[in-house]
Design a protein around this ligand. Structure first.
Ligand code: ADP
Ligand code: NI
Length: 242
């Protein structure tokens, strides 16, 4: 069984944080010295330091979300991280450490979940891990992700664009459909109201992607949502009264 003392001191197979397999593989890579990771097929995870930080940041957001956000879905954060690293792998000009940490911390101070100011939760983690300069870069990146808070302005940096795309991709495709109906259910809304959310937001996301790799993923997820809506109409009639 693999152990990763450099990351958390626990063996991966019995990880209490249920870190997804691909992230665990990144953690396992911390055993390797200096070289870029070669055993991580989907997400070339780079240097030893990146690998170790992934494990620590993942553990931090688990604690944060379980402790302060009423068990709010930390899995969204992990999916955004995975999307972001997939995009970053095809954007060689980006700073991967910034992308990685901004993705993992992008909802750490979400006003819907936490009453913090000035990226307090993100800074608490970053202060011990990166330079002051990089901490500011990562916080700026996180703050540029939200559409509403930036009045639709695109992020200024490539890293911000990648994390914004990664976040939006998680509102599309099969996972986007699942999240929309979960949201509707949580708010006591009838199904047809959630179907409206597709026209209001989800079907607009494809054309808002910043990066080429995200545009390709978004095209597939968009087509899947359209097929879903078509099938829904077939099963329920076209009057919209499901
Ligand atoms: P995020 O935290 O990922 O930036 P939001 O907090 O805006 O996004 O939304 C979380 C999830 O809930 C998304 O998948 C979004 O599509 C969904 N959602 C938001 N508003 C509605 C709505 N009115 N009806 C259905 N789903 C919604
Ligand atoms: Ni998000």
């Amino acid at each position: 069984m693999e152990t990763n003392p450099a990351v958390c001191g626990k063996d991966c197979a019995s990880c209490p944080y249920e870190i997804p397999e691909d992230l665990r593989m990144a953690a396992v890579c911390s055993e390797k010295k200096e070289t870029a990771c070669s055993s991580c097929p989907s997400y070339p995870c780079g240097t030893v330091r990146e690998c170790a930080l992934t494990g620590q940041a993942t553990a931090y957001v688990h604690e944060l979300f379980n402790g302060n956000a009423g068990g709010h879905d930390v899995q969204h954060t992990l999916r955004v991280y995975r999307n972001a690293m997939q995009i970053a792998a095809q954007e060689p000009g980006c700073d991967r450490l910034t992308v990685m940490l901004a993705a993992l911390l992008h909802d750490a101070d979400d006003h819907k979940l936490f009453a913090t100011k000035n990226n307090e939760n993100a800074r608490r983690f970053l202060a011990d891990q990166v330079s002051l300069e990089q901490m500011e870069e990562i916080c700026a990146c996180i703050n540029s992700v939200s559409f509403s808070q930036n009045k639709g302005r695109k992020p200024a940096s490539l890293e911000g664009m990648i994390v914004q795309d990664a976040d939006r991709l998680d509102a599309m495709g099969a996972i986007g459909i699942a999240r929309a109906f979960a949201f509707g259910g949580e708010h006591g809304r009838p199904l047809h109201e959630t179907v409206r959310h597709f026209d209001e937001k989800l079907l607009l996301l494809r054309d808002l992607m910043n990066t080429e790799p995200a545009k390709r993923i978004a095209a597939e997820r968009h087509a899947f949502m359209e097929a879903f809506l078509e099938q829904l109409k077939k099963e329920t009639g076209s009057s919209g009264s499901i």
